[in-house]
Design a protein around this ligand. Structure first.
Ligand code: FAD
Length: 398
């Protein structure tokens, strides 16, 4: 039986492990944490991510947990529309999902033939010409025909195989929260938020729906993400929340209502980081197969276009299709080369688009800002439109 080791049980690793296990591979999933845990907030899945999940056979689960994003306009802090909200055709609408729901759906897709080992921190990888590739964790060695490194931005496997790619700060910090529906401000009742862009600050809000209402996600509430230029704040969450309330004071509703309804324990702060440059390769041949990079391990990027998880699902769907009929040996080596050929240009394109958006978002200083504001009305719709259509163009391999 063909064997695979997946390093990292984040959403990318879970998606890839489940896809291989369902197509007859014997999969071992290694996670450094003491248990496989979901994130606490939410995610927006764009049409490409949704298509990838469907290709992975997880479409039904997604239909039960996704809430379509009804409002996709972009405003300035003075309320002026930079991009007018437009109704989105249902098949093109992005959906917002609670990470816990997504995690449950991915876990349900793992099946029962998969071996999950938690508390295993992979520290090295071996890629000889004749031996099977393997990862190590202290004295433990895990060989397999195929090793999938889905160990996130700080990937130990990537650090070893693609040392040219460094993790750097993107110059901004993100705060996220999901406010449970019972605490959500009344102003959100018939509203869904959308995006507001200011000088070095950005705020995005989306409704996860009322808990249990039909068609809504099983975990309801309101999701928001605020991004500000600068380093993470060392202060306790209550002080960070006070700062956020001050920074976003006077921004259009429902922003201050949402921040008022947020409690310090809801807050998740995260430095935004990215890989520069991207790894030169996503596939490293070894013995009868090799090692591939997947998800943030391959292409961590700022969240400005909300594409990181979507690309991880594309990676998983592409890899699953590439290796579906590949026997260990030349066929499997060719299959992972094919994965690299498909995925690197795609990731590079999305990273380029994201960097353009970073440049717009992080403009600071009055003059630069005025120039940006003048340009925003023209550039942002084009930029966002191009990014959205480039993202949406992806189709799963036949
Ligand atoms: C503020 C913010 C908002 C975002 N919004 C969106 C969005 O709306 N839409 C979207 O598509 N994307 C979004 N993203 C990006 C998305 O969250 C990531 O791209 C995605 O979670 C990456 O998943 P992953 O499985 O590749 O990595 P991770 O989620 O980082 O998982 C890696 C796993 O590997 C484990 N691990 C790490 N090292 C080791 C080791 N040495 N040994 C064993 N296990 C290890 C970790 O414990 C973890 O479980 C956002 C990101 C941020 C920061």
């Amino acid at each position: 039986m063909r064997t695979a080791v997946v390093v990292g049980a984040g959403i990318g690793g879970l998606a890839a492990a489940g896809a291989l296990a369902r197509s007859g591979w014997q999969v071992t999933l290694l996670e450094r944490a003491d248990r496989v845990r979901p994130g606490r907030t939410a995610l927006v899945l764009w049409p490409n991510g949704i298509r990838a999940l469907r290709a992975l056979g997880l479409g039904d689960g997604l239909d039960a947990i996704g809430t379509p994003l009804a409002e996709t306009g972009v405003r300035r802090p003075d309320g002026h529309w930079l991009v007018q909200p437009r109704p989105v055709a249902p098949h093109r609408a992005p959906v917002v999902v609670h990470r816990e729901d997504l995690h449950d759906a991915l876990i349900a897709g793992l099946g029962d033939r998969l071996d999950i080992r938690t508390g295993v921190q992979v520290d090295d990888v071996r890629t000889g010409e004749t031996e099977r590739p393997a990862v190590t964790a202290g004295r433990q060695v895990f060989p397999a025909d195929l090793v999938i490194a889905a160990d996130g931005t700080d990937s130990a496997v990537r650090a070893r195989l693609a040392p040219e790619s460094a993790v750097v700060s993107s110059g901004c910090t993100a705060w996220r929260a999901v406010i449970p529906w019972f605490r959500a401000p009344k102003s959100m009742a018939g509203r869904v938020g959308g995006e507001t862009l200011g000088a070095g600050y950005r705020f995005v809000a989306a409704s996860l729906g009322e808990r249990g209402s039909s068609g809504a996600s099983s975990r309801g509430g309101v999701y928001w993400v605020a991004t500000a230029a600068g380093a993470p704040r060392p202060e306790p969450p209550a002080t960070q929340l006070a700062l956020l309330r001050r920074w976003y004071a006077g921004w259009p509703e429902p922003i201050s209502d949402l921040l008022a309804a947020t409690e310090p324990d809801d807050l998740v702060q995260q430095e935004v980081r990215e890989l520069r440059p991207l790894p030169r390769s996503y596939a490293f041949a070894a013995g009868p197969g090799g090692v591939v990079l997947l998800g943030d391990a391959a292409h961590a990027m700022p969240h400005h276009l909300g594409q990181g998880a979507c690309l991880a699902f594309e990676d998983a769907a592409t890899l699953a299709a590439a290796v579906r009929d590949a026997a260990p040996g030349l066929a499997l080596r060719r299959a992972i080369e094919g994965y690299d050929r498909e995925r690197r240009p795609r990731a590079a394109t999305m990273v380029r688009q994201t960097r353009r958006m970073s440049a717009v978002l992080q403009t600071r200083g009055r003059l630069a800002l005025r120039a940006r504001d003048a340009a925003l009305g023209q550039i942002t719709p084009r930029l966002l439109g191009n990014a959205a259509s480039t993202a949406a163009q992806w189709r799963p391999p036949a």
